[in-house]
Structures are given as C-alpha cells and as structure tokens.
Design a protein around this ligand. Structure first.
Ligand code: SAH
Length: 242
C-alpha cells in the first residue's frame, strides 16, 4: 500500500502569551518565562490519555504552523542566524515555510489540570503562537533525545544575548500587572528581548524603537548604546462591538 496523503485532526489548541509572531523566540527553551496552556479538544480531552505523562518533565509538541501555511514553501531559506543573507535548504532549517507545515517543540510540562470542564497542560519555554493547532504530544525521552556529541550545523549556539533594562515607569507597570494577574511579566520581556527578536533583513541603523504585544499588553522598547530599554508597557484598548 502506498500512502499519498494523510489527514490530521488537531488534538489540542495552544493558549499562549504570544498573540503575534513578532517577539516569539526562534526555538523553545530560549525564553523559559514564556508560559502557555495546551487545551485538549474533544474527543481527545480524556484524562486517561494523559496517564503517566506527569512523570515527564518535558514534552514534544507537534503542531501546525497555521498562521503561515497559506504562504506555501520555498526550497531555500535565508535564516536569521546567518544575518538573512545566505541561503540554506529548507530541510536544513526550522523554517515555518515547509511543504508540510509541521512544527515541533520541546517544552517543559509544569502541570496538568482540569478547569471548568477543560483539560489543560500548563507548559513553559514555548515558541508557539496563540491558537496554534496541536496534532500530537509525546514525552521527551532523555536517554534517546539528548545527543551530547551532536553537531549544530550553521546554528551551533543560541546566539549572543542583548542587555535589557527598563525605565522606572515601565518597571512599575510590570510590577502592578504581576500583582494583578499573577504572571511573570518583567522576566518574560527581559528574556524575549535578550534574544533580539528584530528580523534579520532589517536595516538595524534606521529604526530606533520597536513594539510587540504580549497577552493584552503593548510593549515598546528603544535602542540605546549597550542594549535595549523598555519604556512602555500599556494595556490594549478593549474591543468595543458596535
Ligand atoms: N520549534 C519549532 C518552531 C521553530 S520556528 C520547530 O522547530 O519546528 C519558530 C517560529 O515559529 C517562531 O519564531 C514563530 O514566529 C513561529 N510560529 C510559532 N507558532 C506558529 C504558528 N502557529 N504559525 C506560524 N508560525 C508560528
């Protein structure tokens, strides 16, 4: 029998602090403070399907790059790690634009909970957009998945870290938000920006300030000698229906 096509159905959906692509780390684990939830969808939201999972610290999540899948794929990519200049084969990259738009991420399993009839896996270190459809979950097996003598091709290391500071005003709003929401905001912003999320193709001399959204917040930072300064943390206007 030859298989020419397979149809997958999402088993879950991601709830993430990342509501847009800009700012999402390039791989999982780089921003440990990035937390989210994987909600299992019917008919897969059965507690027994997760029996034994709590013994694992990390999971593989297989998901669909749903936001970029309509843009198709290209045989070569200019990875940000090479300054957006050199072309690499798509199968030698973790690009989102692939023949089959499948992503895979190792994330930390923080907790499994049932809330208002919903079955949720709390996860951290994520590089996943809000509403990402999940097609599979597998336990991370250290004895098989850690390969200590593996070589990392054109991306051997995560890259240099940028220094991040906050203005007093921005810091005060972060602290207020943390108290109200019980979410780690300052650490999250700091870890995201230290990865320098600016696109590789950008002429870095032109723009002096940038913005991204996290949950319902708009964050702005500017470039100063020696690093980034976060100067604005603002709640987005609620949508008012007409
Ligand atoms: N760890 C995964 C993803 C690597 S690419 C893998 O190796 O397969 C990481 C980028 O995927 C992030 O910077 C983010 O911009 C993008 N991304 C995350 N979720 C996405 C989604 N649902 N649709 C499209 N792009 C997504």
């Amino acid at each position: 029998m030859s298989i020419t096509s397979v149809t997958f159905e999402p088993i879950g959906i991601i709830h993430s602090c990342f509501r847009q692509k800009f700012g999402i780390p390039r791989q999982p684990g780089l921003v440990r403070a990035a937390r989210g939830q994987l909600e299992l969808l019917p008919p897969y939201n059965r507690r027994e399907a997760l029996t034994g999972l709590e013994g694992f610290s990390h999971l593989w999540i297989h998901f669909i790059f749903h936001q970029t899948m309509d843009e198709g794929w290209r045989p070569t990519i200019r990875p940000p790690r090479l300054g957006g200049k050199k072309r690499i084969g798509v199968f030698a990259t973790r690009s989102t634009h692939r023949p089959n738009p499948l992503g895979m991420s190792v994330v930390r399993l923080e907790n499994i909970l049932e809330q208002d009839g919903r079955l949720l896996l709390e996860i951290s270190g994520i590089d996943l957009l809000d509403q990402t459809p999940v097609v599979d979950i597998k336990p991370y097996l250290p004895y098989a998945d850690i390969i200590s003598d593996a070589s990392g091709g054109f991306a051997p290391e995560p890259g240099a870290q940028t220094a991040v500071t906050f203005t007093e005003e921005a810091l005060a709003i972060c602290q207020q938000y943390e108290q109200q929401q019980g979410r780690q905001l300052q650490l999250l912003i700091q870890q995201i920006l230290s990865q320098d999320p600016r696109p590789a193709y950008l002429n870095k001399n032109n723009e002096r300030s940038f913005g991204m959204s996290l949950w319902d917040l708009n964050i702005r930072w500017r470039i100063e000698t020696g690093g980034f300064v976060v100067y604005e943390v603002q709640q987005q206007e609620p949508c008012i229906s007409p």
